[in-house]
Design a protein around this ligand. Structure first.
Ligand code: NAD
Ligand code: ZN
Length: 359
């Protein structure tokens, strides 16, 4: 079966496009209880961008601190219940922030129309009804959360996305000015997520002409941002990184991620390491699987003077390493892509444990 996905309905790209939001929302405001719910990264509270958000008196604005933990099912249920109790169903939701806020906006959009806790819907196509209109404004680039069909949530039992066609944003506003203030380490780690998406998408059995075209272009953009002359965090490169993030996300949607993401999921699940940082920690030691990609990665680390911790595994117990290896092993779609349909002939829990011991 070939993958058949829904895309974002509308996308606007360009410096200053943030200010088109008011016009874009105007035609949506008449839906449901006629107000917009804005979900904004707490970083922007008190910053000049806050004043540019087109909030009307009837609207609700929530500032969310994404540094304490990644989005949870409790958090989404809480947002939904609080807003429903005070104002009813919004006409639409606007998410302004990084991957965490993109996921909160996507998940909340679905939970306004689907009864019960979001824990009931963690998985593929479990959502019963379309959500409400949702618009994403990414302010940090790399995860591809702005274009993916999943909203990753940590619940009491599992860390798994609400994954279905209705998760995908109805509208994106891609304004490269917004990512200028991202701290250098985050710029690098989150940017590397898109680089790794492309390397993994390209190196595996599911790669095809369609996913390859996106990855090839996204990798070129990443090289300009992180390696070539003129690389670094500047206005021209912010534009490139924003487009690379989207294209990297589309590439993996039509192909798959691989060994690095499998290991990264284990790190996040067992140790709580954040997605993009966990990817960097793992990718640095995967030269056997992605020789060219890891070589370039090391050049980028060196060029941007990024401190990646080494010998982390010396502080991990065998029990923790085994638990991480089990998480990674239980992602067969990634191994099928990276190694092939007979991956179980070569990939064992012990082999994965040894990969973790390299970190
Ligand atoms: P993030 O949203 O977690 O934010 C990282 C940090 O950057 C935060 O401190 C935030 O306040 C800050 N920040 C964001 N924009 C800023 C700006 N313009 N200026 C200054 N600071 C800014 O970052 P992320 O790496 O984009 O997202 C990680 C999350 O994305 C994780 O929760 C992960 O699970 C999720 N994710 C989702 C998908 C998906 O397809 N849905 C894919 C990968 C990762
Ligand atoms: Zn990723």
């Amino acid at each position: 079966m070939h993958k058949n996905f829904k895309n974002i309905d509308k996308t606007v790209f360009g410096r200053g496009s943030f200010d088109q939001m008011d016009t874009i929302l105007a035609e949506k405001r008449g839906e449901h209880n006629k107000f917009i719910l804005f979900i904004v990264d707490n970083y922007f509270k008190g910053k000049p961008l806050e004043k540019r958000i087109p909030v009307k008196p009837e609207d609700v604005i929530m500032f969310i601190d994404v540094d304490q933990y990644e989005p949870t099912t409790d958090q989404i249920d809480g947002i939904r219940d609080q807003v429903l109790a005070s104002k009813g169903i919004p006409a639409g939701i606007v998410g302004i922030g990084g991957g965490s806020i993109m996921d909160i906006a996507k998940a909340s959009s679905l939970m306004f129309t689907n009864e019960g806790s979001s824990t009931l819907y963690q998985g593929l196509n479990l959502i019963k009804k379309p959500g409400i209109y949702h618009l994403g404004v990414p302010t940090i680039s790399g995860t591809g959360a702005e274009c993916s069909m999943t909203a990753v949530l940590t619940g009491p039992v599992k860390k798994l996305g609400l994954k279905c066609d209705w998760t995908v944003f109805n509208q994106l506003i891609l304004d490269p000015d917004l990512i200028a203030s991202v701290p250098r380490n985050w710029w690098f780690y989150t940017g590397m997520d898109t680089f790794i998406h492309c390397v993994e998408s390209e190196n595996g059995t599911l790669n095809n002409t369609y996913s390859h075209a996106y990855a090839e272009q996204a990798l070129k953009l990443c090289q300009d941002v992180f390696i070539n002359e003129g690389c670094g965090q500047n206005a021209a490169n912010d534009e490139k990184l924003m487009v690379a993030s989207l294209m990297g996300g589309l590439s993996l949607t039509y192909s798959e991620v691989g060994v690095c993401h499998a290991l990264s999921y284990g790190l996040s699940k067992i140790l709580g390491t954040r997605h993009c940082y966990a990817n960097c920690i793992a990718f640095n030691h995967l030269e056997d699987y992605y020789p060219q990609g890891v070589k370039e990665f090391k050049v980028m680390i060196e060029k941007h003077k990024i401190d990646l911790p080494q010998n982390l595994s010396k502080d991990w117990s065998d029990k923790q390493i085994t638990a991480m290896a089990e998480v990674a092993y239980n992602l067969p779609h990634m191994w099928i892509h990276a190694i092939g349909p007979d991956w179980k002939n070569t990939i064992t829990i012990d082999l994965i444990k040894n990969l973790y011991k390299r970190l």
